[in-house]
Design a protein around this ligand. Structure first.
Ligand SMILES: C[S@@+](CC[C@H](N)C(=O)[O-])C[C@H]1O[C@@H](n2cnc3c(N)ncnc32)[C@H](O)[C@@H]1O
Length: 476
C-alpha cells in the first residue's frame, strides 16, 4: 500500500445495506472487502480530464470522458513493458507512456479522440513550429476571404442542424475549403484538429451530461433551452487555439516524444484479438461506463466535421461497446466471426457463473414494466458480455507479472445497484488475473435525480481497479 493511500479503514461492508441488496451481491462484496481501499489521492480531478487543463497538448481538446496525465504517470510505476489502452479516448495513456519511453498502443473507435491523439503526437514529434505558424496564419486569413462563398457546406446530420450562427457556418466552410487544398499532411492534420476542437465553443451547443444542450438562440423548436452566454466567432476561437498550440509546441517533445504511440482506429472487440499473446506489460484504461452515455451524440458536431453522415453515425453507435439503450446485441455476430473461439468461450463461461450479475438482471427483469426504459436490461447484459470478452483478451495479451489498471463507475437502474467493480473484478479473476485492489474514490457519484427522488440518495462507487497476472500463469 502506498503512502498516499493513508489506509483509512474503508469498510465496504459498512455501506448502507438496503432491502434491495441481495445475497449474491453481498457475497461478492464480502469476497472483495479486504481489497477495497479508499484512496484519498484518487480525487475527481485526477481521475477525470480536469487536471489536463494545465497539461501542454492535452489541454487543446476537452475530452471530458478522459482521465488525467497525472493518473497515468502514477499508474506507469505499477509495471514495466509495453503499455496498452484498448479504449484510448484522446490518448492520455499512450501519449504519456510514449513520452516516458514506453512502447504504447492505443485502440479507439471514435475518430474524434484518435484525431486528437495523432495531432498531439505529430506536434511532439518534430513538426516545425515555424511551418505550423505560417500555415495557421494562412488558414485564419482564409476565414475572412471576401464575398465569394465557398462550395463546401458543413455536412449537418439531424442532431447538428442549426448548431452554428450563420457567420460561423460560413467561416467553417472556408476553413474546410482551405484544408482540402493543403499539401502537407501533417500540418493539415494539426490544423484540421484545431478547427474540430473549437466547433463546440463557436456553436449554440454545450456538451452536458448525456446530450448536447442547446442555446435558445439556435432557432430550433426547443422546450426550454439554455443561455450559453456570449458565443465567440469561429475565427476568434480558432485563433486562440492556434496560439495555444504554438505556445505548447516547443515543450511538447519533452512530454510525449520519446516514442510516438501506435494508434489503431477501430473497435477493441476487433483489434485486441490481433495483438500477440503476452505482448503487453501494463494496460491503463477506462472503458465506457454502463451508464447510457452515447459518445456519438456528445461528439455529433465533431463527427459531422469529420464527414460522418447519418448512416455512418448509426453504424458507429452500434459498434461502440454497448452502453446505451440503442445498442443491439453483438453476441451472434461475435459467435460467427470472432477469430479466437477459445477466448470467447472463456468469456462466456465467466459470465454464466457470475451470480451477482444474474441476480441484478433477474431483479431488473422482475420489474421490467416499471423501468423508465426496459432496454436497460439489454444494456446491462450486453455491457458485461462485451467487457468479459475484453477482459479475457487482456488476460491473453498481458505477460506474466503484468498488470491492468482500469477506471470505471458503478451504476444503478431503478434503485437496483449494479456493482460493476466487483463483477468485472470477479471476471478478471476467472480469466487468470489476481485482483490486487479496488481503489475507491472518497466521493462517489450521486444517482440520477429521478432515481434519487424515488429510491433515495445512494452514492455509486467510482473506482480504479488493479489486476495482476501472476508470474506463473496459464493463459486463456
Ligand atoms: C472513458 S473513455 C476513455 C478516455 C481516455 N481514458 C482518455 O483519457 O481520453 C472510453 C472510450 O472508449 C471508446 N470506445 C467505445 N467503444 C469502443 C470500442 N468498441 N472499441 C474501442 N474504443 C471504444 C469511446 O469512444 C471512448 O473514447
Amino acid at each position: 500500500m502506498s503512502e498516499a493511500q493513508t489506509a483509512i479503514a474503508f469498510d465496504p461492508l459498512r455501506q448502507r445495506k438496503t432491502p434491495r441488496d441481495s445475497e449474491a451481491r453481498c457475497a461478492l462484496r464480502r469476497r472483495f472487502a479486504d481489497r477495497m481501499v479508499e484512496r484519498p489521492d484518487l480525487n475527481r480531478r485526477v481521475v477525470s480530464w480536469q487536471a489536463n487543463k494545465v497539461q501542454p497538448g492535452l489541454r487543446w481538446f476537452k475530452y471530458k470522458e478522459g482521465f488525467s496525465a497525472d493518473l497515468v504517470r502514477s499508474a506507469l510505476r505499477l509495471g514495466d513493458g509495453p503499455v496498452l489502452d484498448p479504449f484510448a479516448g484522446a490518448g492520455t495513456s499512450v501519449l504519456v507512456a510514449g513520452g516516458a519511453g514506453r512502447d504504447a498502443v492505443g485502440i479507439e473507435i471514435m475518430p474524434v479522440g484518435a484525431r486528437a491523439t495523432r495531432a498531439i503526437a505529430c506536434v511532439a514529434n518534430g513538426l516545425k513550429r515555424s511551418v505550423l505558424e505560417k500555415s495557421g496564419a494562412g488558414l485564419l486569413r482564409a476565414l475572412d476571404g471576401g464575398s465569394v462563398a465557398p462550395a463546401f457546406r458543413f455536412p449537418h446530420v439531424r442532431i447538428t442542424e442549426r448548431a452554428f450562427p450563420a457567420a460561423a457556418e460560413d467561416a467553417i466552410a472556408r476553413a474546410r475549403a482551405f484544408l482540402n487544398q493543403m499539401k502537407d499532411e501533417n500540418v493539415r492534420l494539426v490544423l484540421d484538429f484545431a478547427c474540430m476542437s473549437v466547433l463546440e465553443e463557436a456553436s449554440y451547443t454545450r456538451k452536458d451530461g448525456q446530450y448536447l444542450r442547446w442555446d435558445q438562440r439556435c432557432g430550433r423548436n426547443l422546450r426550454g433551452g439554455m443561455d450559453k452566454g456570449p458565443i465567440p466567432g469561429f475565427a476568434d476561437a480558432l485563433r486562440r487555439r492556434l496560439a495555444e498550440i504554438l505556445q505548447d509546441a516547443p515543450q511538447l517533445a519533452k512530454y510525449y516524444a520519446t516514442r510516438p504511440p501506435r494508434i489503431v482506429e477501430g473497435s477493441a472487440l476487433r483489434e485486441l484479438p490481433r495483438l500477440e499473446a503476452g505482448s503487453v506489460g501494463l494496460t491503463i484504461t477506462s472503458p465506457p461506463y454502463a451508464n447510457r452515455y452515447d459518445y456519438t451524440r456528445t461528439y455529433a458536431l465533431e463527427l459531422a466535421w469529420l464527414g460522418y453522415d447519418q448512416a455512418a453515425f448509426g453504424e458507429l453507435r452500434q459498434a461502440l461497446l454497448s452502453a446505451t439503450v440503442e445498442n443491439r446485441s453483438k453476441a451472434q455476430q461475435l459467435e460467427r466471426e470472432y477469430p479466437r473461439p477459445a477466448v470467447l468461450a472463456h468469456a462466456r463461461a465467466a459470465i454464466r457463473s457470475q451470480a451477482a450479475l444474474a441476480e441484478t438482471l433477474d431483479a431488473l427483469r422482475s420489474r421490467k414494466s416499471e423501468l423508465s426504459n426496459p432496454h436497460v436490461i439489454r444494456l446491462v447484459e450486453n455491457y458485461f458480455q462485451e467487457m468479459a470478452l475484453i477482459i479475457a483478451e487482456l488476460a491473453r495479451v498481458t505477460r506474466p507479472g503484468g498488470s491492468v489498471v482500469m477506471v470505471n463507475d458503478n451504476v444503478q437502474y431503478h434503485g437496483e445497484e449494479v456493482p460493476v467493480d466487483l463483477i468485472l473484478s470477479d471476471i478478471a479473476e476467472q480469466c487468470g488475473f489476481v485482483c490486487e485492489e479496488i481503489g475507491v474514490l472518497p466521493r462517489g457519484k450521486g444517482n440520477a435525480s429521478q432515481q434519487m427522488g424515488r429510491f433515495g440518495r445512494r452514492e455509486l462507487r467510482k473506482c480504479v481497479y488493479r489486476w495482476r497476472m501472476p508470474e506463473s500463469s496459464a493463459r486463456v
